[in-house]
Design a binder for this molecule. Structure first.
Ligand code: NAD
Length: 387
């Protein structure tokens, strides 16, 4: 069938198998172009939880082709039923495995709910059977909900904490600037967001892997967060998701205290278009203003550039952290010369100038690319097998 994008609000409900594969190949080519890391301590067997899209996929590609690491990935993706396409993460993962195998690397993926004990057990069995132990665990889940072992369902919310908040936002369906009103989360909603996006499940994973004896000595584990500038504080760093991220930071400390053989790290990544960030109000407008400035200054990076830099330049060097012990992959985003222009543009952006001062085209290019569309070299008029 000929696959076309079907965009609804901030999601595309179709994905292009060839385009997704090309996207993965392009990311691999980028990592290869930067060369293999020359460090005897570079991990060789890596578990990536949340490995199929965004930062997790880029992490998997960076360690496979930058360290030459064998990888086991965990994801939550839908296969095609013959009529609907599979999700992008499904096609990405299949393409990644093919490329990794062709390069002589082990690559297997487990598709299921990472929060569940069943998937943790499957991962442990697979490590025991195929890898023995892993020496790195990347925790890159971004999930809207979680069911805990006792059957309770928690849904995360993207709201403020304390007071409701209004600010400019980009209406994605027609690229107009309007006012977003974000209500304040109640206590149950904050707690639910912490359950889903906080660090409890990260600790559970490290405990389960440790109990099963599948962690190498001096294993590194890393989880991702975002801080951003003041404009986004009410919806992000100080909002409900920010409370979950604070819990994630505490969880890194808990892991470090509890398991002397594990080094738990937090990387603060750059704001980028991913399936998760597109859903956050206000943030897409900030991203378009940011992209414009960073591209003009030659500082722009996508997920793969960020993760290549994280794994090759930063994560193996314990000194490259800020006062909180965080690895700052948002170092270029947060530069004064970048943020001062973004803040100025934030104040002046409106429907008349948005196309000039915001990188709307760049936003949409990234958005379509995530689902395998608008990728150079792909013939979108051709019939493709969607299975
Ligand atoms: P994403 O939506 O692209 O990726 C999420 C991944 O989690 C996918 O592989 C998906 O399959 C997997 N997943 C979701 N629910 C799952 C479940 N129940 N079981 C197994 N797998 C599941 O998101 P992303 O933006 O790459 O986010 C990854 C991390 O990076 C998050 O912690 C996010 O907060 C952080 N981060 C994102 C940004 C940004 O701008 N996008 C910036 C800084 C930090």
């Amino acid at each position: 069938m000929v696959v076309e994008p079907r965009v609804k609000d901030y999601i595309c409900t179709t994905a292009h198998p060839i385009g997704c594969a090309q996207n993965v190949k392009n990311q691999i080519a980028y990592v290869k172009s930067k060369g293999v890391v020359k460090n005897d301590n570079a991990p060789k067997k890596v578990l990536v939880i949340g490995a199929s899209t965004g930062y997790g996929l880029a992490s998997r590609i960076a360690v496979a082709f930058g360290y030459g690491a064998d990888t086991l990935g965990v994801m939550f993706e839908k296969e095609s039923n013959g009529r609907r396409t599979a999700t992008a993460g499904f096609y990405n993962t299949r393409a990644f495995e093919e490329e990794a195998h062709a390069a002589g690397l082990y690559a297997k993926s487990i598709n299921g709910d990472a929060f569940s004990q069943e998937i943790k057990d499957q991962v442990i069995d697979t490590i025991k059977a195929d890898l023995g132990k892993v020496d790195m665990v990347v925790y890159s889940l971004a999930a809207p909900r979680r069911t805990t072992a006792d059957g309770t369902k928690y849904t995360s919310v993207l709201k403020t904490v304390g007071q409701e908040y209004s600010n400019k936002t980009l209406v994605l369906k027609d690229n107009t600037v309007t006012e977003a009103h974000i209500s304040a989360a109640n206590e149950d909603e904050i707690n639910a967001t912490i359950k889903v996006m906080g660090g409890e499940d990260w600790i559970d994973w490290m405990q389960a892997l440790s109990d099963a004896g599948v962690l190498a000595d001096d294993v590194i584990t890393v989880a991702y967060s975002y801080i951003g500038p003041k404009i986004t504080f009410p919806i992000y760093a100080e909002g409900s998701i920010g409370q979950a991220k604070k819990d994630l930071y505490k969880s890194a400390d808990i892991i470090n205290e509890k398991f002397p053989n594990i080094k738990a790290k937090i990387a603060i990544n750059k704001a980028l278009v991913t399936q998760s960030s597109a859903a956050i109000p206000i943030v897409p407008l900030y991203i378009t203003l940011l992209y414009k400035v960073m591209k003009e200054k030659g500082l722009h990076e996508g997920c793969i550039e960020q993760m290549q830099r994280l794994f090759m330049d930063k994560i193996l060097d314990d000194t490259q952290v800020d006062d909180n012990g965080f690895i700052r992959m948002d170092d270029w985003e947060m530069r004064d010369d970048v943020q001062s222009v973004v803040a100025e543009h934030w104040d002046t952006v409106n429907n008349d100038n948005v196309k000039d001062i915001a990188d709307i085209d760049g936003y949409w290019e990234d958005f379509y690319n995530m689902f395998g569309f608008r990728i150079d070299g792909v013939d979108y008029s051709a019939d493709v097998d969607i299975m």
